[in-house]
Design a protein around this ligand. Sequence first.
Ligand SMILES: C[S@@+](CC[C@H](N)C(=O)[O-])C[C@H]1O[C@@H](n2cnc3c(N)ncnc32)[C@H](O)[C@@H]1O
Length: 275
Amino acid sequence: MLDRDYEFIRELVYNHSRINLGPDKKELVSARLGKRLRATNLTSIGDYCRFLQDEKSADELSHLIDAISTNHTFFFRESAHFDFLTQRAIPEMIERRSKERWPTFNIWSAACSSGEEPYSIAITLSQALASARPPWNWRIEATDISHRVLQRARVGVYKEEAVKHVPPALIRTCFQKGFGPQEGNYRVKSTLQENVTFRQLNLLEGAPPFRDSFQVIFCRNVMIYFDRPTQEELVRKLGRLLVPGGYLFVGHAESLSGIQHGLELISTAIYRRPA
Ligand SMILES: C[S@@+](CC[C@H](N)C(=O)[O-])C[C@H]1O[C@@H](n2cnc3c(N)ncnc32)[C@H](O)[C@@H]1O
């Protein structure tokens, strides 16, 4: 891949998604573009760059972002966050809900990839709120820049391998096991799915389209792909969307040190908007 083609792709990806591809990612990008070359019937990355410049190929930009972005995720990733949700965040919010007049418990899974994160949150909430009296409704907004992963998330069907770390009791209550041609597949139960709304959203583009604030926001393992100014812009934006006392979970590899954000550090990768 020529340096000038890499620079062109790098800039286009940054301007559209703020994903910051360093010089060390050239090989990886070149490998990931292989499937776009096949899909567009082009034979060289130079031709592909010219194709991207053509106004008629505007749709290709989202395929490019899909091909470049890393969507790795799994159920109950960084399990300490789910323990914190059950043991601290949910009981605290239950305590506050009548005074604050919160009709629903709202959570945002920002950069949700193929759905394992928002469904892990849904499982946790459904269990922890099952005995809340009076009952308390909950809603999860789940967003990602990639249309491709969101399609998989909306279907909500996962292979046995993907659910292997979900405790068997939760598999029984929260998934439907496939039979016949669906053998080996697990579908998230519709009672959980109907509380999760998936939508395409670029975290760095404009104001997020939400009316209500969130008690909890998960924004994990996406900030590592952004540069410092972008991380700061994003964390400030997320902070404004939290209720006072609301929690932000970031990935364990994502330190917010050196970023001006106004949030309190509560525990590893857990921040709170001051009450
Ligand atoms: C590694 S996955 C993280 C999934 C999940 N949060 C987790 O921790 O397992 C990163 C996701 O961020 C998404 N992403 C990258 N840039 C984005 C942006 N600017 N806006 C929204 N999502 C973005 C990618 O499409 C990808 O699905």
